[in-house]
Design a protein around this ligand. Structure first.
Ligand code: PMP
Length: 281
């Protein structure tokens, strides 16, 4: 069944939504995006995603083409028109269409696209098998741009080896997953995740989950870790808008927590889902 998508002020069947071949998102990956999870037909962590959107756009000298309340209304209308109960809304903003030139064009109308993806977010999580791969992405990973080829390459490589995902490594230290933040739990029960910098995306789920973990009196340390430390940890997991808290049960062929989801990731996933349902808008 065809979805209804949003493009530059109008709702239309996905087959009719067309963007120019000169769009800078297409030619230069000159655009940023956000993905919000939808539970019970409501949006999770909307404020956080909008704050990061504004920040990403600011770094590349763009602004949000419509107001935040208009964006909220567009999200809600897409949920209604597509009868979306559980899944995600993808939103992309590019600098728009202009003759090809490396210099940012002036006075161009930005392209704003949103579409829904139905997805089961809440069923039992069995655990991911990951392999490590060199982090060959650009130096501003804190900016959520649409240039995702390095991540796409890495994830495809993992799939071709029968694994689920990659953990990216730079200078011997894990940065993050291909589309998620990475965590381990030490044998003493402390949660370790890389500190925020330009080296990783500042995950909105990461912020929410760390806040909940602190409220549960779990100990947290924000610092980089190695693959070897992760392989010797008592648990490992990832977070992202569409995976919530997802256990990692194997890293480079070494089983973690007896190849079963551990208690910390299970608890955090449960609490995050509960709290998200309560605060969804
Ligand atoms: N890191 C990367 C590289 C990602 O693509 C994502 C998913 N957007 C994340 C982390 C997790 O971010 P969030 O929790 O905001 O989805």
């Amino acid at each position: 069944m065809s979805r209804t998508v949003y493009l530059n002020g109008a709702y239309m069947p996905e087959e009719e939504a067309m963007v120019s071949v000169f769009d800078r998102g297409f030619l230069f990956a000159d655009g940023v995006y956000e993905v919000c999870a939808i539970l019970d037909g409501k949006i999770i962590d909307f404020e956080g995603h909008m704050a990061r959107l504004e920040r990403s756009l600011g770094v590349v000298e763009m602004s949000v083409p419509v107001t935040k309340s208009e964006l909220l209304e567009i999200h809600r209308e897409l949920i209604r028109r597509n009868a979306l109960e559980e899944g995600a809304i993808y939103m992309q903003i590019t600098r728009g269409a202009a003759d090809r030139d490396f210099i940012y064009p002036k006075g161009v109308e930005q392209t704003l696209v949103l579409f829904t993806q139905a997805k089961d977010l809440t069923s039992e999580k069995d655990g991911l098998k990951v392999i490590s791969a060199p982090d060959i992405r650009w130096g501003r990973r804190d900016v959520k741009t649409v240039q995702l080829l390095a991540s796409s390459m890495a994830k495809t490589m993992a799939k071709s080896k029968g694994k689920d995902d990659v953990w990216l490594v730079e200078d011997g230290l894990v940065t993050e997953g291909s589309s998620s933040n990475a965590y381990i739990v030490t044998n003493e029960g402390k949660i370790i995740t890389r500190n925020l910098s330009n080296s990783i995306l500042h995950g909105i789920t990461r912020a929410s989950v760390l806040k909940l973990a602190a409220e549960l009196d779990m100990e947290i340390e924000e610092r980089p870790f190695t693959i070897e430390e992760a392989q010797n940890a008592s648990e490992a997991f990832i977070t992202s808008a569409t995976s919530f808290v997802y256990p990692v049960i194997e890293i480079d062929g070494i089983e973690i927590s007896d190849a079963k989801p551990g208690p910390v990731s299970k608890r955090l996933n449960q609490v995050y889902a509960e709290e998200s349902r309560k605060s969804a808008c």
